[in-house]
Ligand binder design. Sequence first.
Ligand code: PLP
Length: 415
Amino acid sequence: MGLQQSDALDVERIREDFPILEREVGDGRPLVYLDNGATTQTPDRVVDAISEYYRTYNANVHRGIHQLSQEASIAYEEAHDAVADFVGADGREEIVFTKNTTEAENLVAYSWGLNELGPGDEVVLTEMEHHSSFVTWQQIAERAGADVKYIPVTDEGTLDMDAAADLVTDDTAMVSAVHVSNTLGTVNPARELADLAHDHDAYVFLDGAQAVPTRPVDVAAIDADFYAFSAHKMAGPTGIGALYGKEEILEEMEPYLYGGGMIRKVSFDETTWNDLPWKFEAGTPSIAQAVGFAEAVEYLEDIGMESVKRHEEHLAAYALDRMAEFDDIEVYGPDDPTDRGGLVSFNLDGVHAHDLASITNDHGVAIRAGDHCTQPLHDKLGVAATARASFYVYNTTDEIDVLLDAMDDARELFA
Ligand code: PLP
């Protein structure tokens, strides 16, 4: 297969970092991996860093005097620095390692929400929230006696910011919004949402699960109070993600989990908390994953996040153009590829998304089918499921052509 390059990245070179892409699947087809919105593949460098940790300095952190523990502790702490740098945080105090984006949402909802929200308070979400934010805030607001409101999505697949200006009021305590939608691809106006929240003395939480992997993100420039993302969607391992929080806010918050590592002093009468970020990292953390996370961040920095973004836009533009050739393909989300991340959700007339994904799988093409953890948004779109192709640094326009060819097969089968 000849590789179509975007001008942004040397994709042929990058593909060498991911041996999994040489796999054949199904009946011997080359793997075309277009499910990066769910999880991305892991470059050798990251696998090697994790392997080196286990082979040469595996030990528990923060506790040992011995050399291995010290080496592991330094690597674990420096991983916080690397991730902090990557998103423009002030330092490791502002980066809490969590299991994933979902846990970061829950940390803030339980620790801040359950303590601070009450009757009369409002949490403002968007209609395009992932369940990790939608369900979490819905449930915590209910327990706290607070109300939830939703910023509507327009027919173009963007947030209705005029409606948002009316919905966010002095009763609003939290605005929680997805930065890049995992279903529509929409890039939401993060700074505008933050300003709107702050004008009413509310906090803003941005779900960056699809944004941090695909574009430069600067939490300080956005003025986010909280910002969450997952390593496994950005060339890193599963089992680790990050919560960014402004230091002064994290300082004020109660711990989320109690136990070892998060304490300063424990007595029969009382317990005091460790410094940030350790106050929020109870128990033995994901040390190997943190090492892999830091390596992934350095890998992406070496490629350059501006280039990653241009490549994503290039692939999204190509996919949108190709799909526009067919009357029987409905695409969801903004038309302009510069207004969206590198993913396209769509349906093929007369073919259920699950059947489509099964047929593309026969062609070696891995796409997602279902509600992508955005059931309320799918209700609004009036469909139970969509198919989703999502791209990363190693994908090519040729691979999008393979997807479109596989869809021809689906047409024939279901005609
Ligand atoms: N938010 C968005 C926008 C996502 O796309 C996802 C994952 O698909 C999540 C949150 C949840 O991420 P995780 O499963 O890593 O917690």
